[in-house]
Write a protein that binds this ligand. Sequence first.
Ligand code: AMP
Length: 185
Amino acid sequence: MTRLIFLGPPGAGKGTQAERLAEDFGIPQISTGELLRGEVKAGTPLGLEAKSYMDRGDLVPDPILISMVRGVLQQHTQGWILDGFPRTLPQAEALDELLTELAQPFDVVISLDVPDEVIVERLLSRGRADDNADTIRNRLQVYRSQTQPLIDYYSSRGCLQPVNGNGGVEELHTQLRDLVIEAKK
Ligand code: AMP
């Protein structure tokens, strides 16, 4: 059983690497960004509420995310990779409680580190609706102020594995796969 948490700034390559690892270990990739974009596209009440935050590059309020992830994790008892959640301390604390309740401990938290210049370049070339220069700047700021504290939160508990994400996709994938195999031993 494999359970992974993936941290890192927008554009660090989390989505791409999470997809590869999900395939390697036969587990679902749970991307909260993808789930939210699905809700927006389907025009659900949740999607309507989330859209304005996403368009600005702000975080969608914690209670929405926490109840969404609770629902998803209850359905996935055979392992998962969380991509884009948690992004705030309250989300991380809620996740701890939820995983205790579900008796689903995670194996490791991976944080991908990538320099700012590379991030901006990657995001601008990705062409998603929320990938314009202003929104990117805001998303980086939001990451620094709200998500970066999670690095300490997990590292002080000895469960963080920082990885330099500024390399080729293939090398990074091999490195991450080996790291996960090691973490599961
Ligand atoms: P992503 O695809 O991970 O870059 O997420 C796209 C957008 O969805 C973010 O800019 C946020 O507005 C929203 N979002 C995704 N995950 C979360 C989360 N864990 N907490 C709050 N907002 C989120």
